[in-house]
Design a binder for this molecule. Structure first.
Ligand SMILES: NC(=O)c1ccc[n+]([C@@H]2O[C@H](COP(=O)([O-])OP(=O)(O)OC[C@H]3O[C@@H](n4cnc5c(N)ncnc54)[C@H](OP(=O)(O)O)[C@@H]3O)[C@@H](O)[C@H]2O)c1
Length: 119
């Protein structure tokens, strides 16, 4: 995968894997790394541009897609593992594609907007 000179956006950048992804993108020479987080003041990694984004908020997703229209690499990291660990686990596993659509439509919208902006 080409990283150098890529413009990337990582969701859930303030901690955990998202922080590690954004740090590594900077280290590998990405031209710009947007670090999206619900609380952008928590994004303090050097070289990462903080962006406020709750991925479940459609209006915020649309606003970020417009603001970050130069993104060509989206790391869709933000999430809550417990969604798949509660009592709904069997239902989710039994109909994963449907639940996927319920969980990720904001990100799909972001991705569609990002693609349109680069074509
Ligand atoms: N670690 C693992 O072993 C593992 C295994 C399988 C899958 N995953 C997946 O990998 C991803 C990262 O895992 P992790 O271990 O780094 O998790 P984590 O430490 O719990 O971090 C989750 C990140 O997602 C953010 N987030 C959650 N809901 C959000 C929302 N609605 N809008 C914006 N940001 C949101 C959190 O922000 P806040 O600080 O604001 O809550 C946090 O930055 C998750 O999607 C997880 O399901 C992880």
């Amino acid at each position: 995968m080409q990283i150098s000179n890529t413009i990337a956006l990582v969701t859930g950048t303030n901690r955990g894997l998202g922080l590690a992804f954004s740090r590594e993108l900077v280290r590998r020479g990405a031209a710009r790394v947007y670090g999206a987080a619900r609380h952008p003041d928590q994004v303090t990694e050097p070289g990462v541009t903080p962006v406020g984004l709750d991925i479940t908020d459609q209006a915020q997703v649309a606003a970020v897609a417009a603001r970050c229209s130069d993104v060509s690499l989206l790391v869709n990291n933000a999430g809550q593992p417990e969604v798949l660990a509660d009592e709904r686990t069997r239902t989710v596993k039994a109909s994963l594609s449907r639940d996927h659509e319920l969980i990720y439509p904001p990100i799909q919208e972001f991705w569609d907007s990002a693609i349109q902006s680069t074509t």
